[in-house]
Design a protein around this ligand. Structure first.
Ligand code: 8DG
Ligand code: MN
Ligand code: MN
Length: 389
C-alpha cells in the first residue's frame, strides 16, 4: 500500500514559487478570515497590510494537509507577522475570529466596499466620496450625481450597469465573448491566436471580467488590428463602452529603467471594454437590474432586455512576447508578484509581461511557450490551475 507522502517543511520553505496553490485545498476555514482581512485592508486603502494577509492565505492554501493545531505551522515561512498567526489560532480554537466579525459589520467598510466595486472607482476615490460627501451606496451616487461632478466616463458606465457588472461572469459567457471576438478578428485577418487568460485560465468557474489575449504569427502584424477590431465590434452593437490604450512598449524603458519591478502594469496595446453580450433565454437576468442615469441614452425596456453588460479586457501582444504575456495575464497577481521578486532577487533578472531581462548580460531571454519561461526561471512548470495564490 502507498504511504501518504510526508510533508517536507524545509522544501516548502525553500522556494515559495515551487508551491502549488490549487482552487480546492485543505484549509478553507482558515483561509476565509485571512482573505477577508486582505479584502478589508484593500478596501480601506492599506495595501501593505492587505498584502500580508494575502500572502498568509496563500501559504495556507498550499499546505497538503488540514491544519488542526498551531504547532503544525511552526517554522513555516510566509505566514507573516504574529498577527496572522493570532487570527489562525483563534479560528482553530473557536471556529471563527472575533476581529473579522467586528470588521465585517463596520459601516465604513461596507460603504467603501460597495463604492470601490463600481467600475472606475478605486479605494482612494471611494474614501473621498464617503468622507467628504457622505456617499455610502450606488443610490447615493445617483442622488448626488450632478453635485459630485465625477469626470471619469467609466464611473457613469460603472453606475449605469452596476447590477450587471457586479454579477459574476460564468465560464460559458466568457467563452461566448471569446467566440464573438474570434469571429470579428477572422474577418479582419487570418492567422491570429486568441486565448482567455485571467482567473478562467486558472480554472475559476466565475470571474469579474474576461481577459482576452490576441497575437499574430509574426511580430508587427498585430499593429492596427485592435482599432479595426473595436470598429467592427462597435458596428455590430457589441460595445457599450471602451477605452483604447496605445502600446507604450520600449525595451530600454521597460527593462532597464523600470522603477517598480513588482508592478503589474504593462505596456501592451489594449482595450478596456464593457461588452453588450447577447443572452439566450435562460441566461436573461431578472428585471430591475440596470439603473438608468441618463435619460439621453435610450435603454430598451426591461422586458426586451436580452443582453447583459460584461467587463472585457482585450490585449494585443506581439508574437515574441506572447509566452510572457500569457503568464502575466494568467496570474494570479500574487503568483506573478512572487515570480518577479524571485527572479529579481535570486536570478538578477527582471520579469514582466513583456519578457525576462538578464541584468548582467543586458539582454532579453526569449521564450516560445510558458514551459520555456519556467525553464528560463529555473523552476518546474506549474499548471495554471495551481497558480491560484
Ligand atoms: P477575476 O477577473 O476573476 O476577478 O480575477 P483575475 O482574472 O485573476 O484578475 P484580473 O484583475 O482580471 O487580472 C488578470 C491578470 O492580469 C492579473 O494576474 C494581473 C494581470 N495584468 C497584467 N498587466 C495588467 C494591467 O496592466 N492591468 C491589470 N488590471 N492587470 C494586469 O499582466
Ligand atoms: Mn480577470
Ligand atoms: Mn482583467
Amino acid at each position: 500500500a502507498k504511504l501518504p507522502k510526508k510533508f517536507e517543511k524545509n522544501r516548502f520553505n525553500e522556494n515559495i514559487c515551487e508551491r502549488n496553490a490549487p482552487l480546492q485545498h485543505h484549509n478553507q476555514v482558515l483561509v476565509e478570515p485571512l482573505l477577508f482581512l486582505n479584502e478589508y485592508w484593500t478596501v480601506m486603502g492599506d495595501e501593505r497590510r492587505a498584502l500580508a494577509y494575502s500572502k498568509a492565505a496563500a501559504t495556507i492554501k498550499c499546505l497538503p494537509f488540514t491544519v488542526t493545531t498551531l504547532t503544525e505551522l511552526d517554522d513555516l515561512k510566509g505566514l507573516g507577522s504574529g498577527h496572522c498567526l493570532k487570527v489562525i489560532q483563534e479560528t482553530l480554537e473557536r471556529g471563527h475570529c472575533q476581529e473579522v466579525i467586528v470588521k465585517r459589520d463596520s459601516m465604513k467598510f461596507q460603504s467603501l466596499k460597495i463604492l470601490s466595486s463600481v467600475y472606475g472607482i478605486g479605494p482612494s476615490l471611494a474614501l473621498k466620496l464617503h468622507s467628504n460627501h457622505g456617499v455610502s451606496s450606488v443610490q447615493d451616487i445617483l442622488k448626488l450625481w450632478n453635485q459630485l461632478a465625477l469626470a471619469d466616463e467609466r464611473i457613469k458606465v460603472g453606475v449605469t450597469y452596476y447590477a450587471d457588472l457586479s454579477t459574476p461572469v460564468s465560464c460559458t459567457l466568457a467563452k461566448k465573448i471569446k467566440g464573438i471576438v474570434e469571429y470579428e478578428l477572422s474577418i479582419i485577418k487570418d492567422d491570429f491566436r486568441i486565448e482567455i487568460a485571467g482567473g478562467f485560465r486558472r480554472g475559476k468557474k466565475n470571474g469579474h471580467d474576461v481577459d482576452i489575449l490576441i497575437t499574430y504569427t509574426t511580430d508587427g502584424e498585430e499593429k492596427g488590428i485592435l482599432s479595426s477590431l473595436m470598429k467592427h465590434l462597435n458596428h455590430k452593437g457589441y460595445i457599450l463602452h471602451w477605452r483604447l490604450e496605445k502600446s507604450s512598449f520600449d525595451e530600454e524603458a521597460v527593462f532597464t529603467r523600470s522603477p517598480d519591478q513588482i508592478s503589474v502594469m504593462d505596456h501592451f496595446e489594449k482595450s478596456f471594454c464593457v461588452f453588450k453580450c447577447p443572452l439566450q433565454g435562460n441566461e436573461i437576468p431578472e428585471t430591475e437590474r440596470t439603473i438608468r442615469i441618463d435619460v439621453n441614452e435610450p435603454f430598451p425596456s426591461q422586458e426586451q432586455r436580452n443582453w447583459r453588460a460584461i467587463r472585457v479586457d482585450l490585449i494585443m501582444v506581439p508574437k515574441s512576447q506572447w509566452a510572457y504575456a500569457l503568464l502575466g495575464w494568467t496570474g494570479s497577481k500574487l503568483f506573478m508578484r512572487m515570480l518577479r521578486h524571485y527572479s529579481n532577487a535570486h536570478l538578477q533578472k527582471t520579469l514582466n509581461s513583456h519578457g525576462l531581462w538578464d541584468k548582467r548580460e543586458n539582454k532579453l531571454i526569449p521564450a516560445e511557450s510558458e514551459e520555456d519561461v519556467f525553464k528560463n526561471l529555473g523552476l518546474s512548470y506549474k499548471d495554471p490551475s495551481h497558480r491560484n495564490f
